[in-house]
Structures are given as C-alpha cells and as structure tokens.
Design a protein around this ligand. Structure first.
Ligand code: NAD
Ligand code: DAU
Length: 376
C-alpha cells in the first residue's frame, strides 16, 4: 500500500462500489486491488460472464465479507436499479465491455449493445439513484452526495491512429475512432461526458493504453503469443509488425484508477499510459527471448522460429501513444513497472497458471480463432 493510500485509509468514509465487468481481465485485477487496499468498503461485482468473463478470476474472494458477485447484464435496467438501491451504491467503476477489436470486425452488434446501450443504461440508472439520494437528504444533499462517482473506464483507441512523428494523445486530442470497437467506446465516452454536463452527474472518464498482466484472455496479443509458444503453434504477427502500442502493466492501471476515484475531479478526463511504446514485432521477440529463458520444455526452440507474418487486421491503427502529463501533475500518478519487468512477471504467471488458461481454449474459442486466422 502506498503512503497516500494509507492516509486515505485513515481519513476516508467507506465506499460502496458497483464494479461492472469485474470478472474480466482489468476488472478482476481492479477488484483484487480494491479489496486488498480498502477492506472496509462494500464491493458488488456485476458481470454477465460472457466468453471473456471468468468466475475463477474472483474465486479467492467468494467467502469474503463485504463482497458480492451478481451475474447479470448491464443492459438490464430493473436489475441495475435494484442493485444501486439495495446496496446503497455511491461509486460505480464501469469496466464491462466487449473489448476485442478483431471480434468487433467479425460481429459489431454486441459492441453497440453492451458498450453503448449498456453504458447508457448504467448512467441513467445511476443518475436517478443519485437524484433520489439528493431528495432523501434534503438540506444535507450536497454533502452526502459529494462522495458519489461514476468512473467510466475507456481506451486510447477512441483517438484514432498516430503517425510516427505525431505527439502522443492528450485529453484534448479530437476523437477519431477507426474500428467498431473504438467507435462504440467513443459513443459511451460521449454519453458519460454528456451526463456530467447536462445533469451534473459526477462522471470521470479515463482513456488508457494497452494493458497486460495476469488474467488476460488468450485472444489478445501478449497471452496469445505466450500460449502459442507453449503449444508450439505459429505466432501470427499482423501486417509488417511495425504497429506500435504503449504497454501498461495492469497493476499500474488499477492504481491509476484508484487515484482517479479518490482524487480525480468530476467532469474530467484523464489519459493513462505506460510511456512504453513498442513495435509489435519487437514485443514478440522479447516474449520469445523470455520464454526461451524461463520455459524448459518448449516444443519449438528457439521460440522465434514460430514467428509468422499474416494478413493485416482491416483498418489496423498504426500507432497509439499516451501523454499522461495530466494525471501525473494533477493527481501524482506514475507507472511503477517497466515493460521488461512486467513481461517477465506476466510470462511467469502464464507458465504457472496453465490450469487457468487451458480451459479457455474451448471449441467456441477455436471456432473464433479459425475465423480470424483462416486466411493467415
Ligand atoms: P475483458 O473483455 O477482459 O472483460 C470484459 C468483462 O465485461 C467480462 O468479464 C465480461 O463478462 C463483462 N461483460 C461483457 N458484456 C457485459 C454485459 N453486457 N453486462 C455485464 N458484463 C459484461 O475486458 P478488459 O480488457 O478487462 O477491459 C475492461 C475495460 O477496460 C473495457 O471497458 C475496455 O474497453 C477498457 N480498456 C481495456 C484495455 C486493455 O488493454 N485491455 C485498455 C484500455 C481500456
Ligand atoms: O489501446 C487499448 C486497447 O488495447 C483496448 O482498448 C482494447 O480493449 C485491447 O484489446 C487492446 O487493443 P489492441 O487491438 O491494441 O490489442 P491486441 O492485443 O488485440 O493487439 C495488439 C497489437 O498486436 C495490435 O497492433 C494488433 C497486433 N496483433 C494482435 C493479435 C491478436 C497481432 O499482430 N497478432 C495477433 O494475433
């Protein structure tokens, strides 16, 4: 726990959180972060358990006091209304989303439903809940409601694609989403912004770069490469492999979101990034080197022999990079992990958690994999 968290622990009122998408990759890391750092807070996780949600990610919290898991859809208004009321929620941390660009190209419908309609449903339900609280409190309304927050967790992809010479994305970079995924996230960001400006609802938006770490679903670049190396399967690098992403260890992201909930200003946007721009092909080489070092029984060694350039992703954004000056200067957050250190920790986690990822390579997953890599 950091010094500032220890300070908050002493002085703060307990929060009552609804964490949507808490059984997914970042959401489950965040739930663990919050439960460890704020054991007196009430944590309610709402997750539909889609293919990307996994109850196992939260298994160790099942018996915990102050913790509740609810399987349900963020588009289900009566369910959200009831949960906010009966749990007296004052903080929503909204992670639930369809999150994979390749799936959004194959089938955008679910992205519009969850990311746009689901976010609208949550915002509108939380607005009524917050307004009702104001009416119940009468004269004390502003004091009692000052703690309310709606954290909308979003992505740097809403800003579009950078060339190699462009300045990294700032909070004022115009939106230019290029995939159905990023367009749906952009729509949800606009709704969160509008609810602050129109109703005064205390929403905060964060736009973060690529995360990696434990509990990352196998379809994404880093876990996909790790798992394929362990299985001796080709490592599919899209296009020329020169696309750039700004990688952030998931624990650093969770810490940033903690700081934003506790110290961020309603109505503001904060960009979060790792200051770690890496070309895809260089990242894949780093993963291969670490695997060669850490995994004794690789089916193909050196792992680099498996690298295969495949057909590019349609509309593939060339470069993402985040300028995280605002969150550093205003809220004091900086990432702690380097890509080298974070990758080593992540690979060690995948090596010791075969029982976590093996069941995820289901028939449904294989069917998806065959579709995306069919023409590879
Ligand atoms: P993920 O796909 O691993 O998890 C998404 C979770 O949401 C799953 O548990 C799923 O079951 C749940 N979910 C999906 N639809 C739902 C619905 N209709 N109702 C309730 N639950 C539903 O995603 P992630 O990578 O952990 O991303 C979490 C959030 O962070 C997303 O909003 C994403 O846009 C954002 N984000 C992700 C990254 C990244 O690198 N992964 C970077 C920046 C921002
Ligand atoms: O930037 C934040 C975003 O990062 C999040 O909003 C998304 O939810 C998250 O999925 C991630 O999106 P990307 O498309 O950048 O991540 P992905 O892991 O799918 O791909 C990373 C890069 O690697 C990208 O340039 C595409 C490339 N790639 C990916 C896969 C799965 C490959 O070359 N081969 C692959 O097989």
């Amino acid at each position: 726990m950091t010094f500032s968290q220890q300070e908050q622990q002493i002085s703060r009122e307990p929060r009552r959180l609804l964490i949507t998408g808490g059984a997914g990759f970042i959401g489950s890391n965040f739930v663990h972060h919050w439960c460890e750092n704020y054991p007196d807070d009430r944590v309610v996780v709402l997750d539909a358990l889609t293919y990307a949600g996994n109850r196992q990610n939260l298994a160790d919290l099942a018996e915990r006091e102050n913790f509740r898991f609810v399987q349900g859809d963020i588009c289900n208004r009566p369910l959200i209304d009831a949960l906010l009321r009966e749990e007296a929620i004052n903080t929503v941390a909204h992670f639930a989303a369809e999150s994979h660009v390749d799936r959004s190209i194959l089938g955008p419908d679910a992205f519009i439903s969850t990311n746009v309609v689901g976010t609208f449903t949550l915002l509108d339900s939380f607005r009524h809940h917050w307004e009702n609280q104001g009416q119940l409190d009468g004269d004390n309304s502003s004091e009692n409601r000052s703690n309310y927050r709606f954290l909308h967790v979003s992505t740097d992809e809403v800003y579009g694609s950078l060339s190699s010479l462009d300045h990294p994305f700032t909070e004022t970079t115009p939106y230019a989403p290029n995939s159905p995924y990023s367009a749906s996230k952009a729509g949800s960001d606009h709704l969160a912004r509008a609810y602050y400006h129109t109703y005064g609802l205390p929403t905060i938006i964060t736009n973060c770069s690529n995360n990696y770490g434990p509990y990352h679903f196998p379809e994404k670049l880093i876990p996909l490469m790790c798992i394929n190396i362990l299985l001796g399967k080709p490592l599919p690098v899209y296009g020329d492999g020169q696309n750039i992403r700004d990688w952030l260890y998931v624990g650093d992201h969770c810490h940033a979101l903690d700081v934003v909930i506790n110290k961020g200003q309603p109505g503001e946007t904060y960009n979060i990034g790792g200051n770690n721009e890496v070309k895809n092909i260089d990242l894949v080489h780093q993963i291969c080197e670490l695997m060669n070092e850490l995994a004794p029984d690789l089916p193909v060694r050196p792992a680099e022999e498996l690298i295969t350039f495949v057909k590019d992703r349609p509309g593939h954004d060339r470069r993402y990079a985040i300028d995280a000056t605002k969150i550093r200067t205003e809220l004091g957050w900086v990432p702690a992990e380097t890509v080298e250190g974070g990758l080593r920790r992540t690979i060690e986690w995948y090596l010791t958690h075969r029982d976590w990822w093996q069941p995820l390579l289901s028939d449904e997953y294989q069917a998806y994999y065959n579709k995306v890599y069919a023409n590879a």
